[in-house]
Write a protein that binds this ligand. Structure first.
Ligand SMILES: *[C@@H]1O[C@H](CO)[C@@H](O)[C@H](O)[C@H]1NC(C)=O
Ligand SMILES: *[C@@H]1O[C@H](CO)[C@@H](O)[C@H](O)[C@H]1NC(C)=O
Length: 392
C-alpha cells in the first residue's frame, strides 16, 4: 500500500495541477467573453450566442440582470406594452414618475389615453421605484391595482429617492432597448411633471425618419435641450450639492436636460452598456447624456427652442389657445406644480395640428403678454430667458 501510494502521489499531484490550470484558463476566457459582450463594438457580438434573458419566451420576466451595482435588482411591477403592441411603434415614451404621483399619472392618461397614443404609433410606461417607508398616502397594493387597470407601470425594487434617479433612468433605457427593440423606432424619455406637446414630437420624429434616416437609425441619436459646460453645485446646503469626490472636475460635459429628450434603441443600448462600466453618478441626466455619452463620442442634437423654463408661459399658451387659437411657441415646459395643466395643454394644442391655429401676432409674444403674470408669481424667473440650472 505504502509503495503504491508513493507511486500514485506524483500522478495525483499532476492531475490536480492540470485541473487547476484549466480552471484558470477557462475563467479568464469567460471573463474575456463577458467583456466582449459588454463592448460597444457590435461587430464582435454577431457570432456570440444571444443573451438568454433577451430572447426568452417568458413574456413576464420578473428578475432582470443586475442593474448597475444593484445585484439584487428585480421588477416589482413589469409592463409588456411593447410586446403587446400590434404594429411597429414610432416611439416608446418612458416617463420617470415618483411612485406616489398616482394623480399625476392619471392626468397623463387623461391628457392622452393609451388608445389615442396607440393610434399615433406611441406607447407609454411610467418608471417607478419602491415606495419609501415614509410614504403614507399610497401603498404597494394600490400600485398593483393601478397596474392591473393600465398595465403601464415599470417598477424597480430600489427605493424612491432623487439620489436613486440614475438607477431609474438606466432601468428605463435598458427595458426599452430590450423589450421594445423590435417594435419602437424611437425612445422619448421625460419626467412626469413636464408638459409636452406629443403632436409636435410625433411630427419631429416622422420628419427625422424621412429627412435624416441615417441619424434616425444610428447609434448616435440624442436630441433635446443641450446644457453646455455647467459647473457642479458646490454649496452644501443645496439639494443638488455635489462633492469633489462624487465629481472632481470644474465643469460637466454638455448634457441633455432630463425633462425630455429623444433617443433610439441602438443608442440606448450603448449608453446602458457603457454606464455599467463606469462609476455611478447620481445626477442621472448629467451622468448618462453627459459623462457616459462623452465616452462614447455621441454628439448632441440641439433643440433648445422647444423648451420653456417657465410654467407660466405654458399657462399663458393654454389661455391664448383657448381664446384666440394662437400657436404656442414652446413644446416642452414644467407644469409648475399643476397636475391638470398637461390635460388642458394637450386638449387645446391638438387643434393646431388640424390647421385650426394662427401664428401669434407681432407684439403679442408670450414674453410680452405673459411677463406680468410671471413676475407676480415668481420674481426670480424674470423674463423669458431660460434658466438652464432649473432645467433638470
Ligand atoms: C453603488 O455605487 C454607489 C456609487 O458608487 C454607492 O454609493 C452605492 O453604495 C453602491 N451600491 C451598492 C448596492 O453597492
Ligand atoms: C437607493 O436604493 C437602495 C436600494 O434599494 C437603497 O438601499 C438606498 O437607501 C436608496 N438610496 C437612498 C438615498 O434612499
Amino acid at each position: 500500500m505504502r509503495m503504491r501510494g508513493r507511486r500514485l502521489l506524483p500522478i495525483i499531484l499532476s492531475l490536480l495541477l492540470i485541473v487547476l490550470l484549466s480552471l484558470c484558463y477557462f475563467s479568464g476566457h469567460l471573463r474575456d467573453l463577458k467583456e466582449l459582450r459588454n463592448s460597444p463594438d457590435e461587430e464582435f457580438l454577431l457570432h456570440l450566442p444571444p443573451e438568454t434573458e433577451e430572447d426568452s419566451p417568458n413574456p413576464h420576466p420578473q428578475a432582470a440582470n443586475p442593474l448597475l451595482n444593484l445585484t439584487d435588482f428585480q421588477y416589482l411591477l413589469h409592463s409588456n406594452v411593447c410586446r403587446k403592441a400590434e404594429r411597429e411603434l414610432l416611439a416608446i415614451l418612458i416617463v420617470t414618475s415618483y411612485s406616489g404621483h398616482d394623480a399625476l399619472r392619471a392626468a397623463h392618461r387623461q391628457a392622452i389615453p393609451r388608445s389615442k397614443l396607440a393610434e399615433m404609433g406611441l406607447q407609454r410606461v411610467f418608471l417607478l421605484a419602491a415606495l419609501p417607508p415614509r410614504e403614507h398616502f399610497i401603498n404597494q397594493e394600490q400600485l398593483a391595482s393601478e397596474q392591473k387597470r393600465f398595465g403601464d407601470l415599470l417598477q424597480g425594487n430600489f427605493i424612491e429617492d432623487y439620489r436613486n434617479l440614475s438607477y431609474k433612468h438606466v432601468m428605463g433605457l435598458k427595458w426599452a432597448s430590450q423589450e421594445c427593440k423590435n417594435q419602437a423606432k424611437f425612445i422619448i424619455k421625460l419626467d412626469d411633471d413636464i408638459i409636452y406637446d406629443v403632436f409636435h414630437l410625433r411630427r419631429y420624429l416622422e420628419a427625422l425618419e424621412v429627412g435624416q434616416p441615417g441619424l434616425a437609425t444610428s447609434s448616435t441619436l440624442l436630441s433635446g435641450y443641450v446644457l453646455d459646460s455647467k459647473p457642479p453645485i458646490r454649496l452644501r446646503a443645496n439639494k443638488w450639492y455635489v462633492s469633489k469626490q462624487e465629481y472632481p472636475h470644474a465643469l460637466y460635459p454638455a448634457y441633455l436636460s432630463g425633462w425630455l429628450y429623444v433617443t433610439n434603441v441602438p443608442t440606448a443600448k450603448r449608453i446602458v452598456a457603457e454606464a455599467e462600466r463606469v462609476p455611478l453618478f447620481w445626477i442621472d441626466d448629467t451622468w448618462l447624456t453627459g459623462v457616459v455619452r462623452t465616452r462614447l463620442g455621441i454628439p448632441l442634437e440641439r433643440h433648445n427652442d422647444w423648451f420653456s423654463a417657465n410654467a407660466e408661459f405654458i399657462d399663458c399658451c393654454v389661455r391664448d389657445l383657448k381664446q384666440h387659437g394662437y400657436e404656442c411657441e414652446y413644446s416642452v415646459g414644467p407644469n409648475g406644480g399643476d397636475d391638470r395643466l398637461l390635460v388642458e395643454f394637450l386638449h387645446n394644442v391638438e387643434k393646431c395640428y388640424f390647421d385650426e391655429c394662427v401664428k401669434r401676432p407681432a407684439g403679442k409674444s408670450l414674453k410680452e403678454t405673459c411677463v406680468a403674470a410671471a413676475k407676480s408669481r415668481a420674481p426670480e424667473h424674470g423674463l423669458a430667458e431660460i434658466k438652464p440650472l432649473r432645467l433638470r
